[in-house]
Design a protein around this ligand. Structure first.
Ligand code: SF4
Ligand code: SF4
Length: 442
């Protein structure tokens, strides 16, 4: 047995707990999960049935844990793990499953197929066969956390420039983007790029929020690798920052996996050091609108708008009504996709797949059911509160000629705030109404 296989099997053993063993043992082979999976809906073939994928790991588990299977593997379909099998498992887990959990909620036994796919991802990561780019991105984030000083100077310069833009578009000379503000109430954690900093900064300033911007990004590639050790190191940067600044809550940018991990996993990983409320930026927007802290013009967006539920936000995160509340306050013509909410079909970009160029063709093919849903709404704007979903919807938009505009919720809210000037890069979307287009700020 090679060292690679030893490491993979050791990692499988280390993960075995009640939920994983239950998933590995319980499957009625009924096939009801097939239609739940967007891969199968896009291309109905046996390899795309969730239970078939899970069976590839089950065969290894049986060989290792079932006495009869070791003696008569052909009878039970057990298989001894070898390098080609590990390569096949790795490909399945990283390119044919977005960990969307739609199969689990549609399985009469609740079989947790994505948990098994995560187990494979962890085996691949530990044995050095996981996609290199995900490992590099996770390790780069960890390194940045060890010594942010080199990067910080450049970041602060960029923030100064963004602050100028913020003052320009809002017409407010006192608008700021505070960084490392001691004792602020909210630590807002963006993604990489001004597009996740400037629009929220407009909103926070308008609401007169006591906030500060994190110097780190919310995304966590350790989560996609199912590598808890790496994922914890990436998350620790923000936990330490929040503790150092003494904030009350952490607000996560529009990002599915980051929200789900900070909401559900991180508080467990850092029990005793994590005394923060965690909210998505979408919840904050909803509260500001509800409490009148920001004023939005409900007539600002006349074109048809539809919303894609990110699996991590809706099915896995429980954020279902809040985005709809916000959108219905800014868009005149809001249209639901069918099915939606916790039954929403995955766009095909989750689980880190948008970062894996080698599987782009497969990812876009699996996005066909989402493309069909979007087409059926007839909407011209598709809102997604997750960067990975937006990238995927952008790709399927082009591939399937949907002719839609993809945007984040915050961008629409800012548009409905009727700033004196449009946000950079969004000029074409704004419908100015002359005298009525006053900045909506008390
Ligand atoms: S995973 Fe669930 S739905 Fe799929 S075949 Fe097994 S029991 Fe049936
Ligand atoms: S988690 Fe989603 S992508 Fe993965 S097998 Fe289940 S339905 Fe398919």
């Amino acid at each position: 047995m090679t060292e690679t296989i030893q490491l993979a099997l050791k990692t499988l053993e280390a993960q075995l707990n009640q939920p994983l063993e239950t998933a590995l043992e319980a499957c009625a082979r009924c096939g009801l999960c097939a239609e739940a999976c967007h891969y199968y809906r896009a291309e109905p073939k046996v390899e795309h049935i969730p239970a078939f994928r899970a069976e590839q790991l089950r065969s290894v588990y049986r060989y290792e844990h079932d006495f009869l299977s070791r003696l008569f593997p052909v009878w039970t379909g057990a298989k001894k793990l070898d390098e080609p099998m590990l390569a096949n498992l790795t490909e399945i887990a990283f390119s044919q499953c977005t960990l969307c959990r739609r199969c689990t909620v549609n399985c009469p036994l609740g079989v947790d197929t994505p948990l098994m796919m995560r187990a494979i991802r962890a085996m691949a990561t530990a044995s050095g066969t996981a996609p290199e780019i995900l490992v590099m991105l996770a390790d780069a984030a960890i390194e940045k956390g060890k010594d942010p000083s080199f990067y910080k100077e450049m970041f602060l310069e960029q923030i100064k420039e963004m602050e100028e833009q913020l003052r320009d578009v809002t017409g407010d000379e006192n608008a700021t983007i505070p960084v490392e503000k001691q004792g602020a109430k909210i630590l807002y954690v963006p993604l990489a790029g001004a597009h996740t900093i400037l629009p929220p900064a407009v909103v926070f300033n308008a609401a007169k929020e006591d906030w500060t911007l994190s110097i780190f990004e919310a995304s966590n590639y350790g989560v996609f690798l199912a590598d808890v050790n790496r994922a914890k190191q990436v998350a620790k940067r923000i936990v330490d920052e929040a503790n150092r600044l003494g904030v009350k809550e952490i607000v996560i940018a529009e990002c599915g996996h980051a929200y789900a991990s900070y909401r559900w996993d991180v508080p467990n990983w850092f029990a005793g050091q994590f005394d923060f409320k965690v909210r998505s930026l979408i919840e904050v927007l909803g509260d500001y609108i509800r409490e009148g802290k920001i004023k939005v013009d409900p007539t600002a967006i006349p074109e048809g708008v539809t919303y894609h539920d990110s699996c991590n936000l809706a099915r896995n995160g429980g954020l279902i009504e809040e985005p709809r509340y916000v959108l219905k306050n800014v868009a005149q013509d809001f249209r639901e996709m069918t099915p939606n909410k916790d039954e929403a079909i995955c766009c095909g970009g989750g689980g880190g797949l948008v970062a894996l160029a080698e599987y782009a063709e497969r990812r876009i093919a699996a996005g066909k059911p989402k493309a069909d849903q979007i087409k059926q709404t007839g909407a011209k704007v598709v809102v997604a509160a997750c960067e990975n979903c937006r990238l995927q919807i952008g790709d399927i938009n082009e591939h399937y000629n949907l002719n839609v505009k993809t945007t984040a919720i915050t961008d629409l809210v800012v548009r409905a705030m009727r700033l004196p000037k449009p946000l950079p890069g969004h000029e074409a979307e704004y419908l100015f109404e002359g005298e009525g287009a006053a900045i909506a700020r008390e």
